[in-house]
Design a protein around this ligand. Structure first.
Ligand SMILES: Cc1ncc(COP(=O)(O)O)c(C=O)c1O
Length: 392
């Protein structure tokens, strides 16, 4: 019945599983038949504080019972508080703009960079270098920013000015008089949970600073403690000019942020969003930020990262015939699988066993559990994954 409704009325942009979830609790989910699942996906890195987190749910309900939305024509208390929390937790001297998604945050980043390149110097600078295998979103411009040729079928003509580097070592020689920015993910998420080398990123950041080319770091997936620090930029010890956030920030409520140290570039009228930063999304984000900040400060987050990594390594070492590599940081992890068919079978068997798993790139089994996952949920998830491997 639900499947028929979906097929008849929803555009078929996703290859959907015939599964419908009705409730959850932290890293556990229940479907409409009563079957229980462990969630190692957190809705693709979104449900950072777990499903139905009681503290976040209460903060959201309290907020919407008073006021949900008024527009950005007025002061919005939780928005200003949220910007302060993000800036404080990042340690960067920046200001924030609020949108509703990762792609929208990246659009904002591209606009800031292009305006910076237009008002600073002759000739006008507008080109942005991104990396092959990157992923920056699904709007026309962020699709073009994405360094995957398969994403550039149809939809053209695209905005001009995006070029793709094979690796960060190739970026310097690609810079020309029109280059204004370089945009990278520090751990490529969709591209296969591929971390960039820390020292080479630091060298790149220093070179860009010296040449007044802006560094945009897309932290839509890596941000908000996913890799262990508030930002992956903190982990890499770099100071980007522009950073974007989304996914885990709202714990499931849509929100996107572009933050920048170039605080004077945008002036009134340059950018906007009807919904961006409203009471609902920023109240949710404030709650998520408070929960995760104290979780990190108490040492529990790091303890759970180590526990997760230990379980992952054990599984990896026990199946050297199936897995060819272990990648990632914190709770953004991947196991390289020997071939695409085994990976697809493993994800299907996992789901049948009551475990939700993701794929990234061509051959990576991806782990993005809620950051608040418990030891018991980790153990149960890995047990189900082991059973799925045994059934291959
Ligand atoms: C690094 C990165 N940037 C941008 C996006 C796009 O975010 P959204 O789907 O919220 O527009 C994603 C989504 O997977 C992402 O991983």
């Amino acid at each position: 019945m639900l499947k028929a409704l979906d097929l008849e009325y929803v555009l078929p942009t996703y290859a959907r599983q015939d599964l419908s979830f009705v409730s959850g609790e932290n890293a556990r989910l229940k479907d409409d038949t009563g079957k229980e699942f462990i969630d190692f996906t957190s809705g693709i890195g979104v449900v950072s504080v777990g499903h139905a987190n009681p503290v976040a749910s209460k903060a959201i309900c309290d907020q919407v019972s008073r006021i949900t939305h008024i527009s950005n024509l007025y002061l919005i208390e939780p928005q200003a508080q949220c910007a302060k929390k993000i800036v404080d937790q990042s340690g960067h001297d920046m200001k924030c703009f609020f949108g509703n998604s990762g792609a929208e945050a990246n659009e904002g980043a591209i606009k800031i960079a292009r305006k910076y390149g237009e008002v600073n110097g002759e000739p006008k600078r507008y080109k942005i270098i991104t990396l092959e295998h990157s992923f920056h979103g699904r709007t026309i411009t962020t699709v073009k920013a994405t360094g995957q040729a398969a994403m550039h079928n149809y939809f053209g003509p695209f905005p001009d000015g995006f070029t793709y580097a094979k690796s960060i070592d190739d970026i310097e020689e690609m810079i020309d008089d029109h280059t204004v920015a370089v945009m990278i993910e520090l751990v490529q998420g969709e591209g296969g949970v591929q971390p960039l080398n820390r020292e080479r990123v630091q060298t790149l950041a220093a070179m860009l600073k010296a040449r007044d080319v802006l560094l945009i770091v897309d932290e839509v997936q890596t941000g908000v403690y996913r890799t262990g620090e508030f930002l992956a930029s903190n982990l890499y010890e770099i100071e980007p000019d522009i950073i974007t956030l989304a996914k885990g920030l709202g714990g499931g409520v849509p929100i996107g942020v572009v933050m920048t140290s170039k605080k004077e570039v945008f002036t009134p009228g340059d950018h906007g969003s009807t919904f961006g930063g409203n009471y609902l999304s920023t109240a949710a984000a404030n709650s998520v930020l408070d929960i995760l900040e104290s979780y990190k400060e108490s040492g529990e987050l790091d303890e759970m990262f180590i526990y997760f990594e230990t379980a992952l390594r054990k599984l990896y070492e026990a199946h050297s015939d199936l897995f060819t590599g272990m990648v990632g940081f914190g709770m953004m992890r991947g196991l390289r699988v020997k071939d695409a068919e085994s990976l697809a079978n493993l994800i299907n068997h996992s789901r049948e066993n009551g475990l939700l798993m993701l794929k990234a790139g061509r051959n990576t089994l991806r782990f993005l559990p809620p950051l608040t996952i418990t030891k018991e949920e980790i153990d149960e998830g890995f047990k189900r994954l082991s059973d799925a491997i045994a059934a291959l």
